[in-house]
Design a protein around this ligand. Sequence first.
Ligand code: SF4
Ligand code: SF4
Length: 82
Amino acid sequence: MAQTASRRKAKVAIREQWCKGCGICVAFCPLKVLGLSEENKAYVNQDACNGCRLCERLCPDFAIDIGEEDDAKPQAASGPGK
Ligand code: SF4
Ligand code: SF4
């Protein structure tokens, strides 16, 4: 049911080139919808994510960006500046 969701669906974008596979996002995601691939890069079960943004805040490498699917274009990344 719940076809008419009152909030937009979050879109999790993971920048694999910035992910170092520390697993912090995986450990702290409250819904356990993040995982690490065999290449030690984070991936997400997009459909199960509730858009809480915790992973985006916790990632030390700014490798996760949460956008809204309705927007279709997440903001351009302002990188870590390294
Ligand atoms: S936004 Fe929240 S629910 Fe979605 S992957 Fe990140 S921590 Fe998990
Ligand atoms: S917290 Fe960031 S660097 Fe660590 S596994 Fe998750 S996306 Fe990769």
